[in-house]
Design a protein around this ligand. Structure first.
Ligand code: UDP
Length: 179
């Protein structure tokens, strides 16, 4: 895709690429039994509150009454997959021999970050304000997985809507933070 190979977050992108390449080499040279999945934005209970990902940041900030830190104008989109759906996809992948991948696993429903902030505020009943912060370098404007292959090969697609997953995640953070 359109990724910068030498930017601030390149070690992450390139690390994933090299991991896929090495797995394929081990598979071809040494017959290692592998599966390659490409995990898109995933969330749910048991995230680390300090993780820094958008969903945990917004929920923690909303529950603590701190300002919601929206990077840029919040027009950029992501697609969030609930952890149980993701794990189900990974297990299905490991349980079959038709494809070793790479295969995309993620939720194709796209949402803008400003809309996510507003939904977190509504779902928590928080009175936090939304503040804009500088957009990190190389922040993709849009990310949405094409899960056609996962549907075809694994009969898999996400089942948990954001509303339901968000409610469970908020509940987890309420207990964790005592809020
Ligand atoms: N983001 C945000 N506020 C935050 C953390 C992240 O607005 O406190 C934005 C970030 O700029 C990006 C999106 O939310 O556009 C998703 O960021 P995250 O780090 O969760 O995942 P990734 O960038 O890897 O998709």
């Amino acid at each position: 895709g359109h990724v910068n190979p030498i930017g601030e977050r390149s070690c992450y992108d390139e690390g994933k690429r090299v991991a896929e390449g090495l797995c394929m080499d081990y598979h071809r040279q040494n017959m290692v039994d592998i599966r390659i999945v490409r995990i898109f934005n995933t969330y749910g209970p048991r995230m680390n509150p300090q993780d820094g990902r958008v969903l945990s940041n917004f929920v923690v900030q909303a529950l603590e009454g701190q300002p919601i830190t929206l990077y840029g104008t919040g027009q950029q989109t992501r697609s969030f997959c609930y952890v149980d759906d993701l794990i189900d996809g990974m297990i299905r992948m490991m349980d079959q021999d038709a494809s070793i991948g790479p295969i995309n696993l993620g939720n194709p429903v796209e949402i803008a970050m400003r809309e996510l902030a507003e939904r977190v505020l509504r779902a928590t009943g928080s009175r936090s304000t939304i503040v804009e912060r500088p957009l990190p370098k190389d922040d993709p404007r849009r990310r949405q997985p094409d899960i056609g292959l996962a549907k075809k090969v694994l009969g898999w697609e996400p089942r948990v809507p954001l509303e339901e997953g968000l409610a469970k995640t908020i509940q987890f953070f309420r207990e964790l933070l005592g809020k």
